[in-house]
Write a protein that binds this ligand. Structure first.
Ligand SMILES: O=P(O)(O)OC[C@H](O)CO
Length: 206
């Protein structure tokens, strides 16, 4: 939602906790069980409905960040909850794909370890600073979401030729590969930021 590591104690929050940006973040979290339920139903129609719910939830990620920045609705809750809502959505999709044998487990496990590891680290770092999502983190989430939509969509049910459906699926795997690289690199970068903050021994100074 917010670029860079932001100070928490130095600047008291102006925006109310109950605002449209945070409501969209909570909506994204609430859409996750709906997406999982639809994904587990048999048939292409349920699969397509699951993709629609996923896309709506992914769109709220774009919208909440934009609204928070442009309307001055940035809160510490949003900085923490926004990445958690993203991870709940993307990690459930990665796990479902691996369960269905459509994505290698090692890819899902690597991404789960990075995402949960950074979330735990964020909570530990709260004593010093709120580590908001970085630019790289946002790019990573976008790549993951685009790749996931490509892998989740039953392309053949969209009246595409076999060749076109195959092309879309291959393109999705390429995007997921790019997402995997950015996921690992940005994870390491967050660790570097956390080490620097810890060494400074105080609040993030921006
Ligand atoms: O890479 P993270 O953990 O900062 O997550 C990034 C967010 O999902 C961007 O909205």
């Amino acid at each position: 939602m917010n670029a860079s590591t932001a100070p928490d104690a130095a600047q008291p929050e102006q925006a109310p906790l109950l605002n449209i940006a945070n409501a969209l973040t909570v909506l994204r979290l609430l859409l996750v069980p709906v997406f999982i339920w639809l994904s587990l139903l048999p048939g292409d129609r349920a699969g397509l409905a699951a993709v629609v719910v996923f896309v709506v939830a992914a769109f709220t990620d774009r919208l909440d960040g934009q609204l928070a920045r442009s309307w001055g609705l940035v809160t510490s809750f949003g900085k923490i909850a926004d990445p958690i809502a993203d991870k709940a959505l993307t990690l459930s999709a990665f796990a479902l794909l691996s369960i269905n044998g459509r994505l290698w487990w090692w890819v899902t496990i690597l991404i789960v370890v990075r995402e949960l590891g950074i979330t735990v680290m964020r909570f530990f770092m709260l004593r010093r600073a709120v580590m908001a999502a970085s630019r790289g983190g946002k790019i990573k989430t976008t790549l993951q979401m685009v790749g996931l939509v490509g892998l989740l969509t039953p392309w053949s049910a969209l009246f595409l030729s076999a060749g076109a459906a195959d092309f879309m699926l291959r393109a999705a795997y390429v995007v997921v590969a790019a997402a995997l690289i950015v996921t690992v690199v940005t994870g390491l970068d967050y660790v570097r930021q956390a080490v620097q903050l810890s060494q400074r021994g105080g609040h993030a100074g921006r």
